[in-house]
Design a protein around this ligand. Sequence first.
Ligand SMILES: Cc1cc2nc3c(=O)[nH]c(=O)nc-3n(C[C@H](O)[C@H](O)[C@H](O)COP(=O)(O)OP(=O)(O)OC[C@H]3O[C@@H](n4cnc5c(N)ncnc54)[C@H](O)[C@@H]3O)c2cc1C
Length: 312
Amino acid sequence: MITTDVENYPGFAKGIEGPELMTEFRKQAERFGTEFLEEWITKVDLKDRPFTLYTENKIIKAETLIIASGASAKWLGVPGEAKTPNGFGGNGVSACATCDGPLPAFRNKRLVVVGGGDTAMEEATFLTRYASKVYVVHRRDKLRASKIMQEKAFRNEKIEFVWNADVQEILGTAEHGVTGVRLRNASDGEHFTLDCEGVFIAIGHRPNTDLFKGQIDMDTVGYVRTNGHSTATNIPGVFACGDVQDSVYRQAVTAAGTGCMSALDAERFLDHLPVEMPSGEEVTIEGEHITVDRELIITATGEVIPNEPVLE
Ligand SMILES: Cc1cc2nc3c(=O)[nH]c(=O)nc-3n(C[C@H](O)[C@H](O)[C@H](O)COP(=O)(O)OP(=O)(O)OC[C@H]3O[C@@H](n4cnc5c(N)ncnc54)[C@H](O)[C@@H]3O)c2cc1C
């Protein structure tokens, strides 16, 4: 978690800083004997169990795997966007309106939302609860967002659209944070400045799943697909939780919630209890598949037997 102030995690009435929340999570997990390996996984092999994970100088074998590699916000890559002290990231620039919009720094301020999709419309609409004015800066003259989201944004009196404009730079000072954005009109190439006190980049997220490409089911964007009723993926024994499988909520509390689900799913899997797959089949750690209608069991060797209680 890279965010600083977390105001909306349950149990912290006064808010808590992201790194401090992480430390608390870690200490709590250590109390139950969790062993931490701080390694970067460079390759995985999920063909056979135990699964194999490779780091620069280690090979790790695992009977189950919980993928929790998160999603990264996409950035514009313009001057002024980097984290402080190199830019105004954390000092007026954010990629999460739900997380940062309610902070005092953005209240009753003029804010810019960059983007033209559903996320941008949702973030802009959400920010009007706190901001005095929200400018949506979009590089085209049409939005990509769904009609319903567009109409909602168009109806909102606090939202103003700045069309055909590319953000060239985020302007500000170390003392005051963001003071504006320098824009380029895509039609005539003219540069102009839009004054504002905050910038929200809403051009999408990229799940951190390159490592698993071709080995596990993902949606078109690259989010890992999980079974609606559990965190099971299409590979028996591999589970996914948090932002890497959630393109909708992407909050610390939802990541923690699905993390808990994954832990329970993995535990059940290791206890040899069947886990439901996205297909509706159930699979046991021994590799037995129970058909969707629960009538048959297909063993790891391919033998098909009726799913009937064993009479002692
Ligand atoms: C600017 C900002 C502010 C936010 N503020 C809030 C807020 O106030 N409240 C809130 O609820 N949510 C907030 N969020 C969202 C919140 O941070 C996420 O929803 C949450 O952290 C998701 O948890 P996660 O465990 O799924 O992923 P992450 O917290 O992203 O953790 C993924 C981890 O996996 C690691 N990783 C990735 N690939 C590999 C690899 N190959 N090998 C080893 N490790 C790897 C990453 O380094 C990272 O440590 C904010 C997000 C942003 C960007």
